[in-house]
Write a protein that binds this ligand. Structure first.
Ligand code: ARG
Length: 562
């Protein structure tokens, strides 16, 4: 039961279809102040259509609208303001939540069509960076949100497990590496080797050529190169799995760049046949002059392939395998050019579905205003950040609730929740300055604040002996109303978050809902008054259910106690 929809229906019946329902829906606003009403309809467009003045239209509509769902309907200037029937809506929404539970807020916009989501996609033999954390948590939240609006999702971890850098790493390992050390501490040692390679290559320029040769050997299937590569990959994956487990995130596919090795020939061939491939200084490129873009490099002079070649192949593979309705790439904004080129090349190949590919870009994680760089070793290691957050959560528990059950599990959920929420609460386009202190804050607009509110509700329900029922009665109508209007807004918020691929809309919603509840909690004695206790607990139950579900959409768990 959506109040906006009901308002649209009433308006629609009064104006003999002059405006489409969808148009009406999009025009409806929320009045600036709550005392002006719950919803407002501006009459300007309608007035233009009828060639009347908007005030007149507003007055006329007010006279005609007649619905049990509205307490009051008023014309204020050019606006029709409605005050919803609070008791009726409160009852309906509480009933609906108790019936639908975590399904509340679901809509079937997607009709179970498939969306592929390329997310996380770290580079093997390098540590998992903060930038990859952004892709992981934003991508996972977008996937959850897409499911909530009725899509099927395929989460793809497009591992960076192929490319010239592995040639370089092989050279570095063979020159300076020590097997035992690498086995004992793979990512750290490999990173040191990688950094050393770049330092030495600045002096010894031949090193880069040797690196390229080793990559060529790898692409040609040389056994020694393949063995080293396989080993680097395996060790890296062990490391990454630990992080994914901490984050509570899983993937439907780990098909990384190397997966497309035996599939690229076909694509290069196809480009050739379609007359799109042009020789340029021995390399093969697709020009994008009309699009005003630099050419897309497909094959190097020595015949080796590139990042773009593998992405082209992957895009086609994904379409043929999943028949996606949409294909999203959650990747930092420094790769905008790459994804624009990718889409144009596919369109030139005649693939219309390329229009359904979308680069979901996000800002960088900065340190003192600058990009973090693997090569220079200026890197914050995600795993250390997560461990620190968990430790802090653990200290909090030991201080405040030492008898808590499953302490370790709760500390993980809270520490990780803090890190994820910190990332998701801001518009993804913005750069984020890395601040451990900010990430580990547990008060204010943070994940732990919402988790804590949720846990408190849970204990209220227990203490009060809440009984599940569909027979809802309504108390504290005015005090509860700000909460009720927010509960009613869940579905719309999810829809907006989906349309903008923006999880921060959910994060902000949860903060508001938790705040409104905490206000109510400060003003109303929930357990004190036996007669109304169950009715109030019903409200608590509803908010708790929605907070938990909202956190789930963001990829954050909500412990029952903390
Ligand atoms: N591995 C790449 C990087 O770390 C990101 C890959 C993103 N996905 C893709 N299909 N290109 O920069």
């Amino acid at each position: 039961m959506d109040a906006k929809q009901i308002f649209v229906q009433s308006l629609y019946e009064c104006m003999d279809g002059n405006l489409e329902k969808e148009r009406l829906y999009s025009l409806i606003e929320k009045p600036k102040q709550a005392k002006m009403g719950d919803l407002a309809f501006p009459c300007f467009e309608l007035a233009r259509n009828y060639r009347k003045n908007p005030q007149e239209i507003a007055t006329q509509l007010v006279e005609e609208i007649n619905s049990i769902y509205f307490e009051r309907v008023e014309a204020v200037g050019a606006y029709v303001n409605v005050f919803l029937n609070k008791a009726l809506f409160t009852k309906k929404i509480l009933q609906q939540i108790s019936k639908e539970k975590t399904n509340f807020g679901y809509s079937n916009l997607g009709e179970e069509k498939v969306i592929t989501i390329d997310l996380s996609s770290p580079n093997i033999a390098k540590p998992f960076s903060m930038g990859h954390l952004r892709s992981t948590v934003i991508g996972n939240a977008i996937a959850n949100i897409a499911e909530k609006v009725g899509y099927k999702t395929v989460r793809i971890n497009h591992l960076g497990d192929w490319g010239t850098q592995f040639g370089k790493l092989m050279v570095a390992y063979q020159k300076w590496g020590n097997e035992d050390q690498v086995r004992a501490n793979p990512i750290k040692e490999l990173l040191q080797l990688y950094i050393r390679f770049h330092e030495e290559a600045e002096v010894d320029t031949k090193l880069n050529d040797i690196g390229r040769k080793w990559f060529k050997r790898l692409e040609d299937g040389d056994a020694q190169a393949e063995e080293l590569w396989g080993w680097f990959r395996e060790e890296s994956l062990k490391d990454f799995s630990r992080i994914y487990e901490l984050l509570g995130i899983s993937f439907d596919s780990y098909n990384g760049e190397a997966f497309y090795n035996d599939k690229m020939d076909r694509v290069v061939h196809e480009l050739q046949q379609k007359g799109l491939l042009i020789e340029s200084e021995g390399a093969k490129v697709v020009t994008l002059e009309e699009e005003n873009l630099p050419p897309c490099l497909i094959q190097k002079r020595d015949g080796t392939t590139l990042y773009a070649t593998r992405d082209l192949t992957a895009a086609i593979y994904r379409y043929e395998t999943y028949h996606f309705a949409k294909s999203l790439y959650v990747v930092g904004n420094e790769q905008t050019l790459h994804f624009t080129q990718l889409s144009y090349v596919l369109q030139k190949m005649g693939y219309n579905w390329a229009k359904n590919m979308k680069h979901i870009s996000f800002g960088m994680m900065l340190k003192e205003g600058k990009k973090m760089s693997t090569r220079k070793g200026k890197l914050v290691l995600l795993e250390e950040v997560l461990q620190e957050a968990i430790q802090l959560a653990n200290n909090n528990i030991m201080e405040k609730n030492p008898l808590l059950e499953k302490k370790e599990e709760v500390a993980r959920q809270v520490g990780v929740g803090a890190v994820i929420f910190h990332d998701l609460k801001n518009d993804r386009h913005n750069d984020v300055e890395f601040s451990l202190e900010d990430m580990l804050r547990f008060e204010g607009e943070t994940g732990p604040y919402i988790q804590y509110t949720h846990a408190r509700m849970n204990s209220l329900l227990k203490k009060g002996g809440y009984r599940e029922t569909n027979n809802v009665s309504v108390v504290d109508i005015n005090e509860a109303w700000p909460i009720i209007t927010r509960l009613m807004a869940l579905q719309d918020t999810v829809m907006k978050a989906y349309n903008a691929s923006d999880p921060s809309k959910i994060a902000k919603y949860l903060i508001e809902l938790a705040r409104e509840f905490n206000k109510y909690y400060a003003n109303v004695r929930i357990l004190g008054d036996e007669e109304n206790k169950q009715a109030r607990l019903q409200l608590v139950y509803s908010v708790k259910t929605v907070l938990k579900e909202g956190l789930r959409l963001l990829g954050i768990q909500a412990p029952d106690a903390m």
